[in-house]
Ligand binder design. Sequence first.
Ligand code: NAD
Length: 474
Amino acid sequence: MDFAHYIGGEWVGDSDVTTNTSPANRDDVIGTYARGDAARVDQAVSAALAAQPDWASASPQLRHDVLERAGALIVERKDELGRLLAREEGKTIAEAVGETVRASQVFKFFAGEALRNTGDAVASVRPGIDVMIEREAVGVIGLITPWNFPIAIPAWKLAPALAYGNAVVMKPAELTPGCAWELAKILDEAGCPAGIFNLVMGPGSKVGARIVEHEDIAAVSFTGSVATGRQVAVDCAARGKKVQLEMGGKNPMVVVDDADLDVAVGASLNGAFFSTGQRCTASSRLIVTAGIHDAFLDKLTAAAADLVIGDPLDAKTQIGPVVDQGQLDQNLEYLALAATEGCDVRGGGLGNGNGFFMHPAIFAGASNQMRVSREEIFGPMASVIKVADYDEALAVANDTEFGLSSGICTTSLKIATDFRRNAKAGMVMVNLPTAGVDYHVPFGGRKGSSYGPREQGSYAREFYTTVKTSYIAP
Ligand code: NAD
């Protein structure tokens, strides 16, 4: 075994391992990572429970300094970490380095937030009594993360958890333990006290399930698929735990007749296909009004065909592989389904090389009722749905069980404003791809996409703290 769990400030090995290989080259072995079980989670929770009270009651300067140093170490090592990320997840090196820089920014932002944990002082309705409202740490928090943003998502859960005085047991996705392991090393180097951050790698069915059921874990933040997330919520509710879920999307990008065609094609190409379409915020439904539809479709088809598919470590590559054989098989099934459902499928063939490469696919002539337009595919594929006008476009955009990100391309302030007001989504993008967000503002959605308080920015405090109201009669 090359890479151990991090528990109570120690590296703890296991005889069972996961071999981490690159989706771009199946012969490229990144390393063998310890594969834990329920007992490892129990060990990590004990360490976290013992360490958390001192961390929460310490000066916020300590928490600030640890997070600030972690942010600095990440950005110092951005090229090396970005390379690891590109190898283990498959996104391009530019995207991977960008994600790594984002993780650093998140740590630095929450270093500042550790110093800004303000409360309220309110006059009591009863004379002579003071009322204070403060936010305290929740306790030990379980973090369960997906493979598609293997450094940014752990960072945006970890940094606020630590900033507000919690201890953490984190379980990364089995496909991408490498970036999470490097974060553990960086927090160790940054002086995070033993037991405050614990990393337990392994399968969701054992490690993830134990995090959810452990009675001393007070809250669980989960990002992943809808099916797993809903079960996590049910299991947390049954145990009275706080829970936050970020799940799937079927994000619409509306293009109306007055849109700038180049802006619309650029935003759709990026939103649908970059990061190989493996983003919860990907634009998988391109809803286009009749007057611009044909020009848009032709230009998008040509631009998609020109995208360079290949080795994520090659700077010329624009689309890396999909993450594993299971995801590739599922993508190919959806590709076949699109044809069966009556779409004119453009692109989508397998790429060359010893990895899970496929070309982006456009499902022209799709309707919003087809399965390919309703189910999250999580690959480089998008439906193009023709509608009569803006009103129909808005109705189709909102006709989905998801509600994460919703985009529109238009040059009309009136239409943009109406869309911003009426899109049933947590995030709205005007003349921008549905994917691509800032780190200092809330991230999250509605309906089937999210559950519980928002992540990121100062709104993250809602989940990672608990409120105490004190009444003081002097
Ligand atoms: P997944 O649900 O398969 O796994 C997510 C995590 O849950 C993994 O760490 C996994 O090991 C763990 N897990 C699995 N079974 C579990 C169980 N029984 N109990 C506890 N934990 C368990 O998702 P994935 O395939 O890793 O990620 C892709 C999904 O993530 C997509 O649906 C995507 O939309 C979603 N996602 C959402 C966001 C967002 O912020 N909304 C961001 C990124 C990805």
